[in-house]
Design a protein around this ligand. Structure first.
Ligand SMILES: [Zn+2]
Length: 285
C-alpha cells in the first residue's frame, strides 16, 4: 500500500496519495514494535510531503511535529546520522522550516533550519541554503515594511541590565530607531510600545543564552536556581536624542527558574510596583 501511495505521489496525484497514507496510518491492526514505528514515521513523513504539495501547511506541521516527538532513539548511544530514525527526523526539521516559512513564521522556520543543520553538519545542502536565503530576505522585507517605508532612523543603544546574585556587566547592543520617535518629548504611544516589544522579542532568545556571559547559565533572580526564562521590563529614553545623546532603551531583566512560576510572578509584581512608584514621583515633580 505504501509503494502504491509513493507511486501516486511521484505522479503528482497528491490527494489520492494523501488518502492512502491516511489509510495506512489509521490501520489499527498493524503490529507494534520499533520497526513498525519507524515505518509509520516514514508514512507520516510522506503524508506531510503530500500536504505540503497541496499547500496545506498547518496539517503538514501537525504530522511533522508528531514525527519529531515519536523518534525512537537509543538513549545510550548517539544515533548514526544515516539511520532511518535520524533521516526522518532530519527531513522533518527541513519540512517544518518550509511550512513555517510559508506560514510567515520566520523565526520558527529558522529554528528548524538550524536543527536540520545540526544533523547534516558541514555537508552543504543546497535545499537548506536556498530556503535560508528566502527566509532572510522575507525577514528583511518585513522589517523595512513595518518601520513605515524608508523612514529616517537614528542609532539606538539597547542596554540590558540583568539582575543576578553576583552582579554582571550590562549588555549593550546597537540598534536603530525611527527618528520620528526620538525628536519629540511625546512620541506616539503605540509605536513607542511596539519598539520596546520588538526589541525584547528580537533579543530574548539570544540573551537567555548569554548566561554568565555564555559559558554557563543565568541564575533565577529570586531563588538562585538555574534560570529557564526571563522577565523583561524595558524603559525608553528616546528623548535623550534631543539632548544630543544616543536614544536609549534600558531593559531590566530578571532571569527566572520557571516560566510563569512563583519567581516569575514575583518579578512581574515587583517591576509593576516600581513602575507605579516611578510614575507617581513623575506626577508629583
Ligand atoms: Zn526561582
Amino acid at each position: 500500500m505504501k509503494e502504491e501511495a509513493n507511486d501516486l505521489y511521484k505522479r503528482k496525484s497528491f490527494t489520492a496519495a494523501l488518502d492512502l497514507y491516511s489509510k495506512i496510518l489509521n490501520n489499527s491492526e498493524l503490529p507494534n514494535g520499533d520497526c513498525m514505528m519507524e515505518f509509520l514515521r516514514t508514512v507520516r513523513s510522506n503524508r506531510a510531503a503530500s500536504y505540503i504539495a497541496l499547500e496545506q501547511y498547518t496539517q503538514a506541521v501537525e504530522d511533522l511535529r508528531h514525527i519529531l516527538s515519536s523518534a525512537v532513539h537509543d538513549a545510550s548511544s548517539k544515533p548514526s546520522p544515516d539511520s532511518p530514525t535520524a533521516t526522518s527526523t532530519r527531513k522533518a526539521h527541513l519540512r517544518l522550516a518550509r511550512c513555517f516559512y510559508e506560514l510567515g513564521k520566520y523565526e520558527d522556520a529558522m529554528k528548524h533550519l538550524d536543527a536540520h543543520r545540526a544533523f547534516v553538519g558541514d555537508r552543504n545542502v543546497s535545499e537548506e541554503k536556498a530556503l535560508r536565503d528566502k527566509i532572510l530576505k522575507a525577514q528583511r522585507n518585513r522589517q523595512s515594511g513595518s518601520s513605515s517605508t524608508n523612514e529616517m532612523t537614528v542609532p539606538l543603544k539597547y542596554v540590558v541590565k540583568i539582575s543576578q546574585p553576583t552582579p554582571t556587566a550590562d549588555i549593550e547592543l546597537n540598534e536603530t530607531v525611527p527618528l520620528s520617535l526620538c525628536n519629540t518629548r511625546n512620541p506616539p504611544e503605540i509605536q513607542a510600545k511596539e519598539l520596546l516589544v520588538n526589541l525584547v522579542k528580537k533579543h530574548h532568545a539570544w540573551l537567555l543564552k548569554q548566561g554568565p556571559l555564555s559559558g554557563g547559565a543565568w541564575k533565577c533572580w529570586s531563588c538562585g536556581k538555574r534560570a529557564n526564562g526571563m522577565v523583561h521590563t524595558p524603559a525608553s529614553y528616546l528623548h535623550a536624542y534631543l539632548e544630543g545623546n544616543n536614544a536609549m532603551v534600558v531593559d531590566f531583566v530578571q532571569p527566572v527558574c520557571v516560566d510563569r512560576g512563583p519567581c516569575d510572578r514575583e518579578a512581574r509584581k515587583m517591576m509593576q510596583e516600581e513602575m507605579t512608584m516611578a510614575a507617581n514621583i513623575g506626577r508629583r515633580g
